[in-house]
Design a protein around this ligand. Structure first.
Ligand code: FAD
Length: 608
């Protein structure tokens, strides 16, 4: 009551000051999803920074208790009809829906990319990464979470987290819906993708040909094998974290969402080391919002460490160098992990059974009509169709734990003549012109291997004290030799799969013009592929582990040494799971919400 009274007085004062035009802080704001502007408050129970996968879940679950007010602050702009179209993601990746980070140059990797830097997309807008994502739904191996627990994080073993994976999910496929390893009542619909090419069938038959089973890879007993991709779509349309978790609850009076607002600092009392609010900038004006209970950081694996460091929490040496007073010395920004890949394999075919982006552009009117009027057609493609989990000879994991994921892509860099896909991965001119120009627009497909358990780890640091500057990222990809050896084996397995009889009927052949940086090696030799992975280095956008549980946060996700500050996003993963990171983030946030509610004795809405 007192806080509300203070709010009213402060807001009334601001209104009066506004009559004289000082300061310019408005007292009403367009709030995401509200029909008319809501009066902004200064005090909330919880402030959530970032409306990505983690932030959306937290905002939803905490507002189940109508006594608690929650403000979500999101830097990005509102979503729209284009962002819902799964096929639009190579385009949206190049827009302001992504932060478009870049890595620091490193002779070990990214050598064929523009300026020898790998681009690294990270979502910006309602849903964060899920507004850009390939929508692939994978959980990883049960041992991933047993490992989290064994690293000193009780409560995070597979048995502990499985209920939260189930709570998240609404499996729509009848054959999987009744499995004890799938949920039916969650906010996240999961389907097989609506639009696939005939090549998917060839991919799955090829797997059978080489002795792999068709499996439910999200079942802990059948991880090794192949499948059509389980994906986060409804009726073939993209479902972001905001679509799933925020839009259905926008009517809640205790939920406030500020878009286009960049948090620049967490406000922390230096004497008590207690977080009490945030500073943010909206439309050029600096504002503050106060949290009665907690500030929850969900700004992602690059921006959460940035905000901590800007607020005096991080490696002391680095903060001193930048000139930021040190509040708490913690290994923030260390241990960055990513599933590194090599997207350059190109298999040419002699029939147009693939995804041909140029014809999709040419027929855009018909394709758009199909999408909007009949909910069908090529715009429902994810751009990836199948997935396979295999083991290489270098794996020291158990028999049931794969170490390479193979993603089947019904097109390749050359298929759109280098117009879009190549740009999203910043493939350099020298590489593209030498290797792919001669096959511009030729029908083709690709298989993208992904290293599931990279050993190499990178570092995130501030460039300077300006909160609007991007962080600096040292990826350190392939600093551990075993990562290269495994990727080479993964590539060889992809090449083998594409040789199966099921692909031969399309005249499938591997494009053998080498990368210019690797032409000194015999094409297809281990040395050639090792050079290829250092040249055509691609990220899968699964950045994580930069504020690790057990190091920067405790197993209840509270920042060590600071009160009332928690982190709920991929940055707290104690180790990268063998999964695309969206499902693990939803799981993490669902569990975090229960932890927070228990601490503050809050209500939940029960689902059957
Ligand atoms: C291109 C791409 C493709 C992907 N494909 C897949 C896939 O197919 N399958 C899968 O499982 N996963 C995929 N992912 C990964 C998945 O989307 C992420 O792991 C997940 O979204 C991470 O959630 P998060 O909560 O950690 O952060 P994010 O979802 O990144 O959300 C962070 C949010 O915080 C906001 N923010 C950051 N800084 C500030 C600030 N200072 N002030 C205010 N707001 C701020 C950001 O704008 C963003 O909206 C993909 C990601 C990308 C980028």
């Amino acid at each position: 009551v007192i806080d509300d009274l203070i709010d009213s007085i402060q807001l009334a004062t601001q209104k009066v000051l506004r009559l004289f035009d000082i300061p310019k802080t408005p007292v009403t704001d367009p709030i995401y999803g509200a029909n008319k502007p809501k009066v902004t408050k200064l005090h909330y129970d919880f402030i959530v920074v970032g409306m990505g996968a983690g932030g959306c879940v937290i905002a939803n679950r905490l507002t189940e208790d109508f006594r608690s007010t929650v403000l979500v602050i999101e830097n990005g702009q509102e979503d729209n009809v284009i962002t819902d179209i799964p096929a639009a993601n190579p385009y949206t990746l190049l827009t302001d829906y992504s932060y478009n980070f870049e890595t620091e140059p490193d002779p070990n990797a990214c050598q064929g990319m523009v300026n020898q830097r790998c681009p690294w997309a990270s979502g910006k807008g309602p849903g964060g990464g899920t507004i850009l994502s390939g929508l692939i739904w994978t959980r990883g191996n049960y041992r991933d979470y047993d490992n989290w627990a064994s690293l000193g994080n009780p409560g995070w073993s597979y048995q502990d987290v499985l209920p939260y994976f189930l709570k998240t999910e609404n499996m729509m496929e009848p054959e999987l819906r009744n499995s004890p390893y799938h949920g039916k009542h969650g906010f996240v619909p999961v389907e097989y993708v609506r639009y696939v090419t005939p090549l998917l069938n060839s991919f799955l038959k090829a797997a059978n040909f080489f002795g792999y089973r068709i499996v439910d890879y999200n079942n802990p007993y059948t991880h090794v094998g192949f499948s059509q991709i389980q994906s986060v779509v409804k009726g073939g349309e993209r479902v972001t974290a905001a679509t799933a978790y925020i839009k259905p609850i926008l009517y809640r009076k205790n939920l406030y969402v500020q878009m286009r607002s960049r948090v620049t600092q967490i406000l922390i009392n230096p004497l008590t080391k207690t977080a009490y609010g945030v500073k943010f900038v909206k439309r050029g004006a600096v504002r503050v919002a106060y949290a009665r209970k907690e500030v929850i950081l969900s700004a992602g694996a690059f921006n959460s460490p940035q905000l901590l460091m800007l607020s005096g929490i991080g490696p002391a040496d680095h903060l001193k160098e930048i000139g930021i007073p040190v509040l708490q010395d913690l290994p923030v920004g260390d241990g960055l992990k990513e599933h590194v890949g090599m997207h350059g394999l190109t298999f040419l075919i002699n029939q147009r059974v693939n995804l041909a982006p140029l014809s999709v552009f040419q027929g855009i009117v018909i394709n758009a009509l199909k999408y909007f009027l009949t909910s069908s057609g090529v715009l429902k493609t994810l751009g990836c169709e199948g997935v396979g989990y295999v083991k290489t000879k270098y794996s020291n994991l158990s028999r049931a734990q794969p170490d390479i994921e193979l993603v089947f892509i019904p097109s390749a860099f050359n298929t759109d003549a280098g117009v879009l896909l190549r740009k999203t991965f910043a493939v350099g001119d020298e590489l593209y012109d030498y290797t792919y120009r001669e096959i511009d627009g030729v029908d083709s497909f690709s298989i993208w291997p992904m290293l599931m358990y990279p050993k190499s780890q990178g570092i995130v640091r501030l460039k300077d004290g300006n909160p609007f500057n991007q962080v600096r990222i040292w990826h350190n990809f392939y600093s551990e030799g075993v990562d290269i050896a495994m990727m080479v084996e993964g590539i060889k397995k992809a090449v083998q799969i594409a040789k199966a009889p099921s692909f031969r009927k399309y005249g499938s052949i591997l494009h053998r013009t080498p990368f210019p940086q690797c032409k000194q090696y015999a094409f297809g030799s281990d040395d050639y592929w090792a050079c290829a992975v250092r040249t055509m280095t691609t990220t899968w956008h699964h950045q994580c582990c930069t504020n690790r549980m057990g190091q920067v946060v405790d197993y209840n996700l509270r920042v060590r040494g600071i009160k009332r500050l928690r982190i709920v996003d991929t940055s707290v993963f104690p180790e990268i799971p063998g999964a695309h990171t969206q499902a693990p983030t939803y799981m993490l946030a669902e569990k975090a919400a229960d932890i927070i509610k228990a601490e503050w004795k809050m209500y939940s809405i029960k689902v059957s």
